[in-house]
Design a protein around this ligand. Structure first.
Ligand code: ATP
Ligand code: ATP
Ligand code: MG
Ligand code: MG
Length: 877
């Protein structure tokens, strides 16, 4: 067995629309290609011994033990690897369930597809599964320590990628509400939503959190002053820098007991509480000055520690924090009690779990000393021994929910405090004997207001009810009725994608909205090019969706990207499939047009049920997609009599057709004429039928998205197939004596489409043709054959990049195609594209059309324009 390739899918894809996170192993079973599990001695028993939990896999029988049945009956190894890869992830705490295994067109080679939660873990699980199975085949077993190492590595990937407890709850809430989210590339910023409607958060700081509030919260003394100014109870305190100021300070605040803490500290670092003597006060001063230069000396208020969480002006949760402690059982020592407490699986290091392990520190020794305890002391049953003065979870404390008990006056005080400091999300530390009594009555105070408060004490309290505090955050960012997404129109098909995408974007621009669009030529936002290049994959789509200025996304979505990593979005509003024609077959295990259709169908299958699938009714492979989609269907057709279209509109559906020279929308009984084709420049005076079809698709998509007929009409009449606007798509250039046409046609359907237009040309028709070297020999021959029927004279050239073929090879197969046409036209082979173009231009007869189907559009256009310039100069007297 050998893994030939590992691919990672991250969005809706060929295998599944709903499960975007998939790994594909391209696996060569080599000598085991024909061998089923039951035929390998000891394999099934060995596997079950190592992974007994495989019993739970239902597989096709649909019940527990189902997969084991398949194993014993005999199943191919690709299928076994799929289940093992899933199970390894499951055992490492990443439950996943989806898998598929399929034969490819090449014998012995399989595609093993399985779900992942974490990309790296998924890829690792695939490799480990192959290793494990190979070992059982070779030796009957897989060493236990290897398996343990695999699982440890998998858990490690999960831990490294984890988002932190607060972010995790926000993301889960967003998923539950269908709000898309993505992690940005720096500072662990999470973006929720798309385009103009997006919001960003970093842990519990939101893009609505003001910098003033955050700074103020960080300045404990300043914050307390502002709170005191509006009558909110806070402990009396002063700030000092030197030890000799200490005694006066204690006097000023009214004497002992006192608290000493660093001015800018957090997580309880450097704080000493309940100080009764000058000796301890001096010690505490030294500790606090170790953390920050300035030190707060403040009144100690006895009481319990509460954290009140205020979000968007409302108290949403209250938690009591209890300092790290152990409770005696009458026979264990304090050290043993700490060890037992730390064995709790909920306790991790730092903030990476619900709770944190207890570790001994200066405070712990101090507390033990005060009670004359040591770590060897056996605590009587029920006796509590505190190991920290402060209640921070990050130093081993626990949290207990009290949300339902807070007194309304305390709610009012805390809400005012959050507003006074100016925080949309505030964690207010209250010290009070009882949160259910008004603070002023029982001596309760606010000791601090925290920006970016952690959520885990509310979402995972050790006791009491867990509170979904992510909900009010998302309600604040996305109030009911406010969208989180922008409209996405996604276009696919074999030919015409870029043209149609550009036209749809042009239509959307008429509405005054800022349109982001991706094409084979580059990524555009509004009128500007963001990035040049073939940008039709998921990363380009995400660039548009991430952009906080974009209001509508129009995305050319090509085969390559869908195949490589799936769609860059989970759902689109309008999906368009223009056509499915033979091209790129034999690449990426897509060998038939039916498979190609399934691949392109991903775009329309991802359309929301309330959205639209815009389908070509004249192309059976596309029209059939209507059966698979969840969205509403809209058909376009060049033939107003098309049976499908007729049935569809009779049942109230939406369609667009070319009727009586008009591009029209049909809606139920109504015909809405948009414009006459002769007035639509891209149709070349209604002579280029395939352009009419592209325009129909664009109009229909725009109409389905709610754009008015007026805007659509304006766009149609102003959209030109010029060298500037759509280079390489039907650029007709008048050279005086004759004309030249530059077009990107690069597959049989493209040649036929352009050919239909060219054949109507009254003069000589000269073709400068070639074909991409990565196509099959027969595909190249077919291009030759088609050309022989379209042109009077052909110059066969090759692309600059032969894509792996020896120079002359592609031209040879095209020639084979030319000569199989009876009475074929004259032809010549000139490998170099530039030479061929110059030769065609130099020998064209008056009234001729020189059609160049180039690999380098920019260069071709320059050559032709130069020729035009020189010719004009030469013809001047
Ligand atoms: P955190 O990061 O957990 O908020 P911190 O380092 O910012 O902690 P404070 O919130 O000021 O520090 O204090 C930590 C804890 O010390 C408080 O939750 C409280 O238990 C105790 N504490 C601080 N000041 C007083 C006070 N004046 N009276 C009583 N207890 C206090
Ligand atoms: P690519 O796969 O290179 O991105 P694309 O699908 O984006 O191509 P366009 O760039 O719009 O397509 O057009 C490329 C060429 O395909 C055109 O120049 C034309 O020759 C041909 N073509 C365009 N539309 C159609 C159509 N509806 N049917 C057949 N051929 C077409
Ligand atoms: Mg605090
Ligand atoms: Mg394109």
């Amino acid at each position: 067995m050998k893994i030939l390739k590992i691919q990672t899918l991250r969005g809706p894809n060929y295998w599944s629309i709903r499960r975007g996170k998939l790994i594909i192993l391209r696996l060569d079973l080599e000598e085991l290609a024909e061998t089923t599990s039951n035929l390998i001695p000891g394999f099934v028993d060995g596997l079950v011994r190592i992974l007994p939990s495989l019993y739970q896999h239902h597989c096709s029988p649909g019940h527990e033990g189902g997969f084991l049945m398949r194993l014993r009956e005999g199943t191919l190894l690709g299928h076994v690897i799929e289940h093992v890869a899933l199970e390894l992830q499951e055992l490492a705490g990443m439950p996943v369930g989806f898998g598929r295994t399929r034969m490819t067109g090449t014998e012995g080679i399989y595609q093993v597809v399985f779900e992942y939660q974490n990309e790296q873990a998924g890829r690792y699980a695939g490799r480990a599964a192959v290793r494990l199975c190979q070992s059982i085949i070779d030796t009957g077993t897989y060493p236990q320590r290897e398996l343990e190492q695999d699982l440890a590595d998998l858990r490690d990937f999960k831990a490294k990628a984890s988002l932190g407890p607060s972010t995790d709850t926000l993301v889960k809430e967003a998923e539950a509400r269908n709000i898309p989210w993505q992690e940005l590339s720096s500072r662990s910023i999470i973006q929720f939503g798309y385009g103009v409607h997006s919001h960003r958060m970093q842990a519990t700081l939101s893009d609505l959190t003001g910098i003033l509030g955050v700074e103020l919260a960080g300045d404990k003394e300043g914050a307390k002053k502002l709170l005191a100014d509006v009558g909110i109870p806070v402990p009396k305190g002063v700030v000092i820098e030197y030890l000799d100021e200490l005694e006066d300070a204690i006097q000023d605040i009214g004497g002992y007991p006192i608290v000493i803490k660093p001015l800018d500290g957090n997580h309880g670092r450097g704080i000493s509480v309940d100080i009764e003597t000058i000796e301890r006060a001096e010690e505490a001063f030294e500790i606090a000055s170790g953390v920050s230069k300035s030190v707060i000396v403040e009144r100690y208020h006895p009481g319990r520690d509460f954290r009140v969480l205020v979000i968007n002006g409302k108290v949403v949760a209250v938690s009591e924090r209890v300092p790290a402690h152990v409770v005696g059982d009458g026979h264990s020592t304090i050290q043993e009690l700490i060890d037992i407490t730390n064995q709790d699986p909920q306790r991790g290091e730092g903030h990476d779990n619900v709770l944190t392990k207890i570790e001994m520190n200066h405070d712990s020794w101090e507390l033990l000393d005060r009670q004359n305890y040591t770590l060897e002391t056996v605590l009587p049953e029920g006796q509590v021994c505190y190991l920290r003065f402060t209640a921070n979870l990050s130093t081993g404390g626990i949290a207990v929910d009290h949300t339902d008990e807070i007194h309304p006056q305390n709610v009012w005080i805390c809400q005012r405090a959050a507003r006074t400091i100016g925080l949309d999300i505030a964690g207010i530390d209250v010290v009070s004997p009882d949160i259910s009594k008004p603070m002023p009555d029982v001596g309760g105070v606010i000791v601090e207001v925290n920006a970016a408060p952690g959520f885990r004490m509310h979402t995972c309290p050790s006791r009491g009810i867990a509170r979904n505090v992510a909900e009010p955050v998302l309600n604040m960012l996305f109030p009911p009725g406010q969208p989180s997404r922008i409209p996405i129109l996604a276009i696919t098909g074999t030919n015409g994608k870029t043209t149609t995408t550009r036209l749809i974007a042009h239509i959307c621009k008429q509405t005054g909205k800022n349109v982001g669009y991706t094409t084979t030529d580059g990524i555009y936002i509004g009128d500007y090019l963001v990035e040049k290049g073939d940008t039709t994959g998921p990363q380009s789509a995400q660039l548009i969706l991430r952009d906080p200025t974009v209001e509508i996304a129009v995305l050319e979505t090509a085969r390559g990207g869908i195949l490589r990593s799936g769609l860059g979005f989970d759902h689109c509003d309008v999906g368009v499939v223009l056509n499915v024609q033979a091209d790129h077959l034999g690449i990426g295990d897509i060998d038939t047009v039916e498979q190609l259709a399934d691949l392109k169908a991903v775009v329309v299958e991802s359309a929301w049920p309330a959205g639209y699938a815009v389908l070509n009714a004249d192309d059976p492979l596309v029209a059939d997609m209507a059966e698979q989609v969840k969205a509403q269907v809209a058909f376009f057709s060049m033939d107003p009599g098309n049976r499908l279209v007729k049935e569809h509109i009779e049942s109230g559906g939406l369609a667009a057709v070319y009727e009586n020279g008009y591009l029209s929308i049909l809606k139920g009984d109504w015909t809405l004429r948009i414009e006459q084709a002769v007035n639509v420049p891209m149709t070349m005076g209604a002579r280029a039928n395939f352009m009419i079809a592209n325009a129909l698709a664009a109009c229909l998509a725009a109409y389905a998205q709610g754009i008015s007929i007026t805007d659509i009409r304006t766009a149609l009449t102003t959209f030109k197939m010029s060298v500037e606007q759509t280079p390489g798509r039907m650029n007709l250039i008048d050279l005086g004596e004759f004309s030249a046409l530059v077009d990107y046609a690069h597959n049989p359907a493209g040649y036929e489409a352009v050919g239909e237009f060219v054949q109507k040309w009254p003069g000589e028709r000269i073709g400068v043709i070639g074909g991409p070297g990565d196509r099959r020999d027969e595909d190249l021959a077919q291009l030759g054959e088609l050309s022989a029927k379209i042109f009077n004279r052909i110059l066969i050239k090759e692309d600059d990049d032969t894509r792996g073929r020896p120079r002359g090879d592609a031209a040879h197969f095209i020639e084979m195609g030319v000569i199989r046409v009876p009475h074929h036209c004259t032809y010549e082979i000139i490998h170099d594209e530039v030479t061929a173009i110059n030769q065609a231009l130099g020998t064209a007869s008056p009234g001729a059309l020189v059609v160049v189907l180039p690999c380098e559009v920019g260069r071709t256009i320059r050559l032709i324009e130069n020729y035009g310039e020189n010719h004009k100069l030469a013809s001047k007297p």
